[in-house]
Design a binder for this molecule. Structure first.
Ligand code: MSP
Length: 499
């Protein structure tokens, strides 16, 4: 089955921070897991390069918007490589192929009668590139997200007839209670809808940095419409020799943080309806990474650099930490201290040491060969349901809970080592069968847990599975079976001491 998953495309007004990395990592965990299930996945990420956020930042730095976009897009494009993100394509909205498609789709919306000219008069945040209602203002007319003072604007715009879609969106929400995960965000979108939809600006006249409006070249499209369409345009040109739209449209999962819920939950489906295009199946909304109680963001200056953390602790540790420490869907504080603690306790001790111990005992007591004997039935029964439980969690987008489920298995294996104490069994030749069964069960348990863990720990999982001589990592391989690992090799510590 095809499975199309996206992250937001990121503004290139600054370099990436850990918050952006978080969205990519979460999407990658889902994408990798779906591939393990045998789905045909297309995973899209990229950069949002037009509009005021970028134009203003470029002006401040004294460079052209294109120069700033090129510089930061290259940094964003490096992030997936560095973090072992398996995106199939990286879209840039300054790509002429994207711009052409944006013009075509919006022309269709114009031809369908959903566009008219009027004057916009109201509040506008240039950092959000968003028109704010009185309800959305912070104290003293500030942006609640960026904490900057806002000014009222008056400008001739082309408008999108969002209000025409009130009924259709209400029907959509009523018929698809699972349209947005988690439920809280679905309720939020529905209550926004309940306040009644107003038409929104589709173009800007004061700004030049954008996609030109085909029927009125003095205007450029409002950046959000240009940006949202990336999900659709990319499929047309992501593959050199094939238009992927027929295979992958509509998307299975748009992933994002709650800051951009309104655009995806309201504007986006309305835009697609206006263009006669099928709607995405699901939006998945995560919370914010917080530093000192505030959303980590460039404008607040409280950012952690993902490149530096990945360099120091390794990519897997970063991926693991973010998904484990921040309950997926909720906001969560991150800190280097909590990071170090989890690295030490969970990755180095509970998982890394478990792997090293099992491998070295098989090398020591059985000369690297895994005994060919029946596995411990009780352990098999305890560990085998893990794969189904993980799948069920991922189906509900509970990425942190899925990791918990696997970790229960990791802790179980650690206890099993202590209970069976192979070093004692090894002293008594009469207990050789028991030692055989213990070692074979342990290594098979380790293998299965490692397979399921691959989306969270891609680098070390692969290393470990290769050491075990059993590299298959599809989920069909995630059941304990006698004889899968036959002989193994030594391994260097997976998570070496850092401090
Ligand atoms: N360009 C728009 C999105 C257009 S999508 C069609 C935009 N860009 S952004 O650079 O501001 O990125 C916003 C997204 O980055 C969030 O929705 C989230 O996915 C991610 N995050 C940015 N900061 C974050 C945190 N502090 N915590 C979690 N996610 C973060 O909005």
């Amino acid at each position: 089955m095809p499975y199309f998953i996206t992250t937001p495309i990121f503004y290139v007004n600054a370099k990436p921070h850990l918050g952006h990395a978080y969205s990519m990592i979460a999407a990658d965990v889902i994408a990798r897991h779906m591939r393990q299930r045998g789905e045909k996945v297309f995973f899209l990420t990229g950069t949002d390069e037009h509009g005021e956020p970028v134009a203003l930042a470029a002006e401040q730095e004294g460079v052209s918007p294109q120069t700033l976009a090129d510089l930061n897009a290259a940094r964003f494009a490096k992030l997936p490589q560095q973090l072992h993100i398996t995106n199939n394509f990286f879209i840039r909205t300054t790509d002429p192929r994207h711009k052409q498609r944006v013009g075509e789709v919006l022309q269709r919306i114009y031809d369908n009668g959903y566009v008219y000219k009027d004057v916009y008069s109201g509040w506008y945040c240039p950092r959000c590139a968003d028109f704010k209602t009185e309800n959305e203002l912070g104290s003293e007319d500030t942006c609640q997200i960026h904490k900057i003072s806002l000014e009222r604007q008056e400008e001739e715009n082309w408008f999108f007839r969002l209000s025409a879609f009130q009924d259709q969106l209400e029907q959509l929400y009523a018929s698809l209670p699972e349209f947005i995960f988690p439920r809280q965000r679905y309720n939020e979108a529905r209550s926004f809808l309940g306040q009644g939809l107003h038409d929104v600006s589709l173009s800007r006249k004061a700004l030049r940095w954008g996609v030109e409006v085909p029927w009125d070249p003095q205007h450029v499209f409002y950046v959000w419409f240009d940006a949202l369409l990336n999900y659709y345009t990319a499929l047309h040109f992501a593959s050199e020799n094939q238009d992927l739209t027929g295979t992958f449209w509509p998307p299975d999962c748009h992933l994002m943080a709650k800051d951009i819920l309104k655009f995806h939950a309201i504007y986006w489906p309305a835009l697609l309806l206006a263009a006669d295009l099928p709607l995405p199946k699901r939006l998945t909304v995560h919370g914010y990474l917080l530093m000192d109680g505030e959303k980590m963001s460039k404008s607040l200056g409280n950012v952690l650099d993902p490149f530096v953390i990945a360099e120091h602790f390794g990519v897997d540790a970063l991926r693991y930490y973010l998904v484990k420490d921040v309950s997926f869907g909720q906001d969560g504080a991150v800190s280097t201290t909590a990071f170090e603690e989890r690295y030490e306790r969970e990755l180095a001790n509970e998982f890394g040491n478990l792997a090293s111990r099992i491998i070295s005992m098989i090398i020591r007591y059985r000369d690297s060969d895994v005994p060919a004997c029946q596995l411990d039935e009780e352990l098999v029964e305890e560990l085998n349901p893990i794969v189904d439980n993980v799948m069920a969690c991922i189906d509900r987008f509970e990425l942190s809970a899925a990791l918990e489920v696997i970790w229960v298995g990791v802790r179980r294996l650690n206890r099993y080592v202590e209970e069976r104490a192979p070093w004692k069994l090894a002293k008594d030749p009469q207990l050789a069968d028991e030692l055989d069964c213990t070692l074979a069960s342990l290594v098979e348990g380790l293998r299965v847990l490692t397979v399921v863990l691959t989306p969270w720990l891609p680098v070390s999982s692969q290393r470990l599975l290769e050491t075990l001589g059993a590299p298959a990592n599809d989920l069909a391989a995630a059941k304990l079976r006698q004889g899968t690992v036959q002989s193994l090799q030594p391994i260097e510590p997976l998570f070496p001491k850092k401090i």
